[in-house]
Design a protein. Structure first.
Length: 403
C-alpha cells in the first residue's frame, strides 16, 4: 500500500509540475476583441468553427476573456451568460470573425503568446447606444478587466494592440440624428482611455474597421439622389481610413453571401473579414505602414471622363464578376445635381478607374456600390461593386464629390 501511495505521489507531482511549466511558458497575452452590433456577434452566421479544434489550435493558445477555451457564450446580462456556460447552451453560438483572426495571429506569433478573443456589443443598436455610459460598453470594459486580471495573476504581460469595430447598419437604416463620424472618433478615444486605465499600457489602441453596406434596407434610399443620406456612414469609414492614423482597415461586407440576402454575412464571410482583420493586427504589431484598405485617393476629370485613383501598393485593380454578381457599370455611378446617373462606361488601368460620362461630370458625385435591390444585401443583389485588387482586397463603398 505504501508503495502504491509513493507512485501516486510521483504521478501527482509530475502532473502539477507539468501544469506549472505549461503556464510558465507563456509571457504575453494579446487581446483583440470585436465590438459592435449584430455582425460583431455573428448573428445568423451558422458556426463552422469546431470549438474543440479551436481550443487545441496552436497548442491551446487561443483563449477567451477568462483565458479559457469556453467559446460561444455571450450575453449582455452577466447572469444569463453565466447560466449559458453552466448548462452549455450553444444554440445561439455563431461564427465570429475573431475566430479566424485568432488562428491567423497564432500562426504568426511565438509559442509564448496567448491570443485572447471575445465579442462585445448589442444587435440592432445605433452607435449612440453603444458608446460610453451604456450597458454594452460597460460590459465590454468588464470583460477586458477580467482578461487583464487573469493575465496579471499568472504574471503575464497583457496588451490590447487593437479593437475590431463592426457596427453601422442601424445608423444607416434608422436615420438617427447624430454625427456618426464624430461619435466613432469619440468612442475610440473613450475606449483608448478606459482600456489604458485598466491595463496601464502606453500604446494608442486603433480601431480595425469593416464597412456596413445596408443601404437598400433604408426606406428612403434612392441610388440616384444627389443628396444620399444613407451613404454617410459607409463614407465615414473611407474618410477615417484616408486621414486618421487611429483607424485601420479590414474590408466591406458586400463581397460575401448574406443569410437569406437580408443583412448578416454568412460564416465564410465572417472568416474572410477575420483574415483581413488579422492582416491589420499583425501590421500594428510589426509597426508597418498603416493598412487603409482599397479606397479611392483622388478624383480628377478630363472632359467628360472621371479618373478615380487608388493606392494599390504595387498591385493592379481587377473587375471581378465571379465572386460578386456584375453590377451596372461594375458598381460605379456619377450623379448630377439633377439626380441623374451620367456614367456610361468603365475601364480599369493599373491603379486607375476611368468613368466615361454622357456629359460633363463637374460638380457631380462619384459613387461606388451605391445601388442594389430593395431590402437585399450581399454579393448577388445587394449594394455592391466588382472592383478589387489583385491581392483580393475589395474596394470600400464610397460617395465622393468632384472638386
Amino acid at each position: 500500500m505504501k508503495k502504491n501511495n509513493y507512485f501516486l505521489l510521483i504521478i501527482i507531482t509530475t502532473f502539477l509540475l507539468s501544469c506549472t511549466q505549461s503556464q510558465q511558458q507563456y509571457r504575453t497575452v494579446l487581446c483583440i476583441p470585436v465590438y459592435g452590433q449584430s455582425l460583431a456577434l455573428g448573428e445568423e452566421a451558422e458556426r463552422i468553427t469546431d470549438f474543440d479544434s479551436l481550443a487545441n489550435y496552436a497548442n491551446g493558445r487561443i483563449v477567451t476573456e477568462n483565458l479559457d477555451h469556453k467559446y460561444g457564450f455571450f450575453d449582455n446580462d452577466e447572469l444569463k451568460q453565466y447560466v449559458k456556460k453552466l448548462v452549455d447552451y450553444k444554440k445561439r453560438s455563431f461564427e465570429l470573425s475573431i475566430y479566424n483572426m485568432a488562428r491567423e495571429i497564432a500562426n504568426a506569433t511565438g509559442s509564448d503568446t496567448l491570443i485572447c478573443i471575445f465579442p462585445g456589443g448589442q444587435g440592432a443598436t445605433a452607435i449612440a447606444n453603444l458608446s460610453k455610459g451604456t450597458p454594452p460598453y460597460q460590459k465590454f470594459m468588464e470583460d477586458i478587466q477580467t482578461a487583464y486580471e487573469e493575465a496579471t495573476d499568472n504574471g503575464w504581460e497583457f496588451i490590447i494592440p487593437a479593437i475590431c469595430w463592426m457596427q453601422g447598419e442601424s445608423d444607416i437604416v434608422d436615420y438617427p440624428d447624430t454625427d456618426y463620424h464624430q461619435m466613432l472618433k469619440q468612442i475610440r478615444e473613450d475606449m483608448n482611455a478606459d482600456i489604458n486605465s485598466i491595463t496601464h499600457q502606453k500604446n494608442t489602441i486603433p480601431f480595425i474597421c469593416y464597412q456596413a453596406n445596408s443601404l437598400t434596407r433604408a426606406e428612403k434610399f434612392n441610388a440616384n439622389s444627389y443628396d444620399c443620406r444613407e451613404t454617410y456612414v459607409p463614407q465615414t469609414f473611407v474618410n477615417l481610413l484616408k486621414t486618421d492614423e487611429n483607424f485601420w482597415a479590414s474590408g466591406p461586407t458586400y463581397p460575401y453571401t448574406c443569410v437569406n440576402e437580408i443583412i448578416h454575412i454568412d460564416a465564410i464571410g465572417q472568416q474572410s473579414i477575420g483574415a483581413l482583420a488579422a492582416k491589420s493586427v499583425l501590421g500594428i504589431l510589426k509597426g508597418s505602414k498603416r493598412y487603409r484598405g482599397l479606397i479611392p485617393t483622388t478624383l480628377e476629370t478630363e472632359g467628360e471622363t472621371v479618373i478615380v485613383n487608388f493606392d494599390t501598393t504595387d498591385n493592379s485593380l481587377v473587375l471581378d464578376t465571379i465572386q460578386v454578381k456584375r453590377a451596372e457599370n461594375y458598381g460605379f455611378s456619377v450623379i448630377s445635381k439633377e439626380n441623374k446617373n451620367i456614367a456610361r462606361s468603365i475601364s480599369v488601368d493599373g491603379s486607375t478607374v476611368r468613368i466615361t460620362c454622357s456629359e460633363s461630370p463637374n460638380a457631380c458625385k462619384v459613387r461606388y456600390a451605391v445601388n442594389g435591390d430593395y431590402m437585399k444585401s450581399g454579393n448577388q443583389h445587394g449594394p455592391r461593386g466588382n472592383l478589387r485588387d489583385s491581392l483580393g482586397n475589395w474596394c470600400y463603398q464610397f460617395d465622393m464629390g468632384i472638386p
